[in-house]
Design a protein around this ligand. Structure first.
Ligand code: AR6
Length: 184
């Protein structure tokens, strides 16, 4: 039953894992796995720009770019989510080029930007684990640990949802969440 949604409460936030397409989410913000030029592309980036329409790209062009490990916010355009937070994860080389810190930072900056805007709910894809090649098991540990640490220290964001595209990713994230929340 790998597709069953998982919800856990950390401090004031419900962290959940669901399987699906992030462009269907109705939360305050969805996070895009963008590139540093904010130029659009394939994967979740392509799906978000396609569903959200040209206003998102117009704002991306005005912003001009985003460093790896950082994030920027635009309108949600035609999406049900009000905003898109474009986070830039690292390209995975061999794990020895600071990829872990950059990936953690992409998640943390997205949460900080959402919080600074007064947003209460946010959905993430699995950043860097598609075209950028980050091994999903390691990436899931970094992603979930960063979110759990943020939720322990902050009370403003109430819903953090991971929207996982494949059954395998769902299974990996579930196992990681279980390990992170039962070992402590
Ligand atoms: N909803 C949720 N997750 C999705 C969706 C969707 N609609 N579509 C794909 N995924 P990727 P990256 C998953 O490649 O590795 C782009 O060209 C996908 O299965 O989208 O950070 C950008 O422009 C995978 O698990 O992002 C950048 O150049 C995850 O989203 C580059 O790719 C991330 O895969 C970024 O690469």
């Amino acid at each position: 039953m790998v597709d069953t949604t998982v919800d856990i409460t950390i401090n004031k936030a419900v962290v959940s894992l669901v399987r699906g397409d992030i462009t269907n989410e109705t939360l305050d913000a969805i996070v895009n796995a963008a590139n540093s030029r904010l130029a659009g592309g394939g994967g979740v980036d392509g799906a978000i720009h396609k569903a959200g329409g040209s206003l998102i790209m117009e704002e991306c062009r005005k912003i001009g770019g985003c460093k790896t490990g950082d994030a920027v916010i635009t309108t949600g355009g035609n999406l049900k989510a009000k905003f898109v937070i474009h986070a830039v994860g690292p390209v995975y080389r061999d794990g020895k080029h600071g990829e872990d810190k950059l990936l953690a930072s992409a998640y943390k900056r997205s949460l900080e930007i959402a919080s600074a805007r007064g947003l209460r709910s946010i959905a993430f894809p699995s950043i860097s684990t598609g075209a950028y090649g980050y091994p999903v098991d390691e990436a899931s540990q970094i992603a979930l640990k960063t979110i759990i640490d943020f939720a322990k220290a902050n009370t403003d964001i109430k819903i953090v949802r991971f929207v996982l595209f494949s059954e395998r990713d769902m299974e990996v994230y579930k196992n990681t969440l279980y390990k992170l929340t039962t070992v402590e």
